[in-house]
Design a protein around this ligand. Structure first.
Ligand code: ADP
Length: 535
């Protein structure tokens, strides 16, 4: 599909230059454009900033009639419409704020054959909640005026995605109502599971899927162990902001509004030019913070994931995750806000076991929530594999290189690793849990580690103290969790949810069938199983 031999090809090029003032297509833009102009359904997967909008905006200008664009956010729609109007293209939007007169004008444009309306933007709920709009759309369709349907952020259809939006479920009616109108779905989320789910929901199974590469060669990925003491954490951040990233612009992501506020205060107290951004701030304050960050008055924004869609600053030099993300997808999107200008930028993720439970108690209500969280934990635990190759394989992308030319912490260091036999440790942890059950007690991961290290006598269980640091014991426990040998057991209190540990579905094979458990560790192992003293 990536060629220029179609009947529309010369017109396409002409409009690309004259209207959009763009001289060349970027990679992966021409194929979806040709596919949709050939009236076939298509899903385009391309990282943010890759140029997805052009893939429906340009085809909209080739034919008579208009393209219906479904988009989740009013501000995104407004930006695009403003841009299109500047280029002399008639694009409009109907939202809950559109007054009667304006919407009547737009309705007229939908059905009139002489109308110059080319793109009509609506939010997904319009399809379900506005009967009037739907009847106009049907009328437009009967008159042959609905030339295609573009669905932006199409992953919002899927509960597997990181951003499921119930309103997107309404889109399931489109293929039924307008069977021959091509659908073009666009997203930056690329897992096969999500895409298959989206295809099913939209009734376009097996449609063509065009996928651009997700590699961001200019981003340096690094995982750091998060100090347990908050003061040490702040010291490290202060050092980064005052030295490593001096005079550079960035984002520091946190999980909760409380963490966001605390961190902002602590960094302010150290004379750093930062501010906070989260959903509970007034829109005017949020917009002010965003503005001051754009102009460089603030070096960094300490933010929750509310600081996301629509953030488009080219020279973000660092994104620091003070706590891990909810999923690989979230991490990719959030860290991907760095280095849009193509210059080198740094993405640091601070990992510590306790943060896993901070998040798991937030996302556990769905099976996918936990699975997605464990995928990023696995990324953090990886001692030697190229971080890029982990990201690529998560997006089902074939990564052709064994490393990324020293653009991640693991490739920068020696990439040698060994599989360490952690079976004895696994048995110790299972024994602690078993004893607790017999004593009618529940244990959190931290309690298990305390008991293991002899710092808690809550239960009567004799185990030898490990000869390695607590960090490593944490990694062993996390490994058992992602392997399903341990399992989280959530309990509700009036104020919070607590994650206790119990034996997982895979524990029996280790306990009863003598299966070995291993964990990759950096370098050549100096410990053999026999030196482990807690059998
Ligand atoms: P996405 O929706 O994939 O995040 P956009 O559609 O917003 O990305 O495009 C990002 C930027 O790239 C926009 O400023 C757009 O004008 C520009 N752009 C898109 N295609 C091209 C191209 N072929 N050549 C140059 N710039 C382009």
């Amino acid at each position: 599909w990536n060629h220029e031999g179609f009947e529309w090809s010369s017109k396409l090029r002409a409009i690309l230059k004259s209207t959009f003032q763009i001289s060349e297509f970027r990679p992966y833009q021409l194929s979806p454009i040709n596919i949709t102009l050939a009236k076939k359904d298509c899903i385009l997967i391309m990282p943010t900033g890759g140029g997805k909008s052009l893939c429906f905006q340009l085809p909209a200008l080739i034919e008579d009639g208009f393209t219906l664009v479904i988009s989740p956010m009013i501000s995104l729609m407004e930006d695009q419409i403003m841009h299109l109007n500047k280029l002399g293209v008639k694009a409009e939007m109907i939202s809950s704020e559109t007054n009667l007169k304006a919407s009547n004008g737009i309705f007229q444009g939908m059905v009139e054959s002489k109308s110059s309306l080319k793109l009509l933007y609506v939010a997904p709920e319009r399809l379900a909640k506005s009967k009037k709009f739907m009847s106009k759309l049907q009328k437009a369709h009967e008159l042959g005026r609905l030339s295609r349907i573009a669905i932006d952020e199409v992953h919002c259809c899927s509960t597997w995605g990181h951003d499921f939006r119930p309103d997107y479920q309404f889109l399931s009616v489109l293929k039924d109502m307008f069977p021959e109108v091509p659908i073009l779905g666009l997203t930056a989320t690329a897992t096969t599971k999500v895409i298959i789910d989206v295809q099913k929901m939209l009734s376009i199974p097996g449609c063509m899927v065009i996928k651009a590469s997700f590699n961001r060669p200019n981003l340096y990925y690094e995982v750091r162990i998060k100090p347990t003491a908050q003061k040490e954490c702040i010291d490290e951040l202060e050092y980064l902001l005052k030295n490593t990233f001096k005079n550079q612009s960035g984002i520091i992501y946190t999980t909760s509004i409380k963490d966001c506020e605390d961190l902002r205060k602590e960094l302010r107290a150290r004379n750093l030019q930062v501010s906070g951004y989260h959903a509970r701030l007034e829109p005017e304050i949020r917009s002010k913070v965003h503005q001051k960050w754009l102009t460089g008055e603030y070096q960094a924004v300490v933010a929750t994931i509310a600081f996301g869609l629509g953030i488009d600053k080219p020279n973000v030099r660092f994104v620091i995750h003070h706590c891990l993300s909810k999923s690989m997808e979230n991490f990719y999107q959030e860290s991907g806000r760095a280095g849009r200008d193509g210059q080198r930028a740094h993405c640091i993720l601070y990992y510590r076991l306790q943060d896993v439970f901070k998040l798991s108690t937030m996302v556990f209500s769905t099976q996918t929530g936990l699975e997605n969280l464990y995928s990023i934990v696995k990324y953090c635990l990886e001692p030697s594999r190229c971080r890029r190759s982990i990201i690529a394989s998560h997006f089902d992308e074939v990564w052709d290189y064994s490393d990324c030319d020293k653009m991640c912490d693991n490739c920068k260091k020696s990439r040698q690793s060994t599989d360490m036999d952690i079976t004895p440790h696994c048995l110790t942890i299972l024994k602690i849990i078993e004893t607790a059950i017999n004593e009618d007690t529940k244990l959190t991961a931290q309690m298990i580690l305390d008991i293991w290290f002899g710092k808690n006598n809550k239960i009567k269980c004799k185990v030898a103290t490990p000869k390695f640091p607590r960090e490593k014991a944490e990694n062993i426990l996390a490994t058992l969790l992602i392997k399903g040998i341990l399992k989280e057991d959530f309990h509700f209190t009036p104020y919070s949810t607590i994650s206790y540990m119990k034996a997982g579905p895979k524990h029996a094979s280790v306990l009863h069938r003598g299966e070995k458990v291993t964990m990759p560790i950096k370098g050549i192992s100096s410990e053999s199983t026999s030196s482990q003293n807690d059998k």
